[in-house]
Design a binder for this molecule. Structure first.
Ligand code: NDP
Length: 425
């Protein structure tokens, strides 16, 4: 579809609106969240695993550093950069940018996952002590935080050489602290290598399942074989990561790629937060083994299955509708017109609640924590954090949709009054 040049010309290139608490958030979050990662990775391995313990079970200075950690982390990022550049899979175009052009992206993240799995199997076969990742968890997290800061500084500095149409609408406020945090440049690239797209689903997301595998190997070293609870956590989260990479093309239409600049918030989230806080359940299970009955396991598998079904079906329905509204799987769904020419679904999954994909994601989040039992709060950190994240994300998306669709969005909200949880919220 050819972009309408008049419309593109009038799209704003700059916004003074601040998100995440503005400058205060931009100062506090880069301090507070890295400390949270170190605190949680430290606590998950401690015998008490108590988030309320005082003084907190912070890692000692001797536990923070291991020369192996930067070597492993940098090799891992380099491996995935290499896999990204290999001519595997198809090449897709992103949405139309403000200059009327579209960028090309390699859709080969799933290949990256498969190659990683093969390499890990080879390493295991060669007798590599993958369980040592348990000892390396805190030093690796420290390095990931350091890499996030360095990359964010590089991104901020280089953004001053980018043309104004390449800057993110919300990341170009002129306040250096806020812009560093939220990201100035929308799609920073070195040649054809897209830094944001690369970080979004590869080193951190695949790194998360590798950390999980390391925890499983550690458990097997300690107790002879991995527990059922550990296998469930590993399988559920591998399914989630594999699904994200299998459907990698869908990331091209997400808020992260289309709207947000690439700054500390996304860099840190992708490279440090995801691999080290999403793997808390597996790290917890190494020190706190859980006996799980077959019935308990079956109920948890069912909950994860239902969550996955709702998540996948709703995401696919919207993606299909946005790609081709005449496709037989979506053509009969009821829709409402908007002034932009795009239509909004008001039946099917998107007629149940305004974010059915978030509902499915949260059901899965609960299923990932339940194998850890009820003795500690720590394994439930992910569910609590993710609920807060998705409620906040839903509000951000809602604001953007109201700005985009105006009255049509209000009509949609009246037709579908609940945001995430039917009859509750
Ligand atoms: P969504 O996939 O929810 O997309 C929101 C967009 O969908 C809106 O901006 C609008 O865009 C379009 N839309 C909204 N309502 C309708 C409708 N009724 N009909 C048609 N289009 C509609 O965005 P996210 O990026 O937030 O989420 C994607 C997935 O990623 C979710 O499943 C989420 O749970 C998951 N996620 C996971 C995270 C994690 O850390 N594990 C973090 C963040 C997200 P438009 O109209 O312009 O097309």
């Amino acid at each position: 579809m050819r972009p309408n040049s008049q419309l593109l010309k009038h799209r704003p290139s700059h916004s003074s609106e601040r998100e995440f608490g503005g400058t205060l958030g931009a100062v506090c979050i880069p301090v507070f969240l890295p400390l949270t990662v170190l605190f949680l990775t430290g606590v998950s391995r401690s015998p008490s695993a108590s988030v309320f313990q005082w003084p907190p079970a912070l890692p000692s200075s001797g536990q923070l550093w291991d020369p192996l950690a930067p070597a492993i982390l940098l090799s891992w990022i380099a491996l995935h950069a290499l896999l990204y550049m290999l001519p595997l899979g198809k090449v897709s175009e992103g949405l139309v940018l403000r200059n009327g052009k579209r960028l090309k992206y390699p859709i080969n993240g799933f290949h990256g996952l498969c190659v990683s799995v093969l390499l890990l199997m080879l390493l295991l076969w060669l007798g590599a002590p993958l369980g040592y990742l348990f000892e390396l968890l805190v030093p690796l997290a420290v390095c990931a935080v350091a890499v996030s800061f360095l990359l964010s500084v590089y991104l901020y500095v280089r953004s001053f050489w980018a043309p104004s149409h390449a800057l993110a609408v919300g990341g170009n406020t002129g306040n250096p602290l806020y812009d560093f945090f939220i990201g100035r440049e929308l799609n920073p690239r070195i040649g054809d290598f897209d830094l944001k797209y690369f970080c979004e689903l590869r080193p951190g997301l695949i790194g998360w399942v590798v950390v999980n595998l390391g925890m499983m190997m550690k458990e097997a070293e300690l107790r002879g074989s991995p527990s059922l609870a550990m296998m469930l956590v590993n399988s559920f989260q591998l399914l989630y990561v594999a699904d994200a990479l299998w459907n990698e093309e869908a990331v091209l239409t997400t808020m992260d790629i289309v709207h947000d600049g690439f700054g500390f918030m996304l860099v840190f989230g992708d490279l440090a937060w995801v691999p080290f806080t999403y793997s808390l359940q597996a790290a917890f299970l190494v020190v706190h083994p859980q006996a799980l009955t077959s019935l308990g396991a079956a109920l948890i598998v069912a909950l994860n299955g239902i969550g996955y079904y709702v998540f996948r079906k709703s995401n696919s329905q919207k993606n299909q509708f946005r790609r081709d509204p005449t496709h037989p799987s979506v053509a009969k769904l009821e829709t409402i017109a908007t002034a932009t020419g795009k239509r909004l679904l008001v039946s099917g999954w998107w007629g149940l609640v305004r974010h059915p994909n978030y509902l499915g994601d949260l059901l899965m989040a609960l299923a990932w924590s339940l194998p850890c039992g009820f003795s500690h709060l720590l394994p439930y950190f992910y569910v609590v954090y993710f609920t807060v994240l998705l409620i906040h994300r839903e509000a951000r998306d809602e604001r953007q949709c109201r700005a985009k669709y105006g009255l049509a969005w209000d009509t949609y909200c009246r037709r579908v009054p609940y945001r995430i949880f039917p009859y509750i919220y």
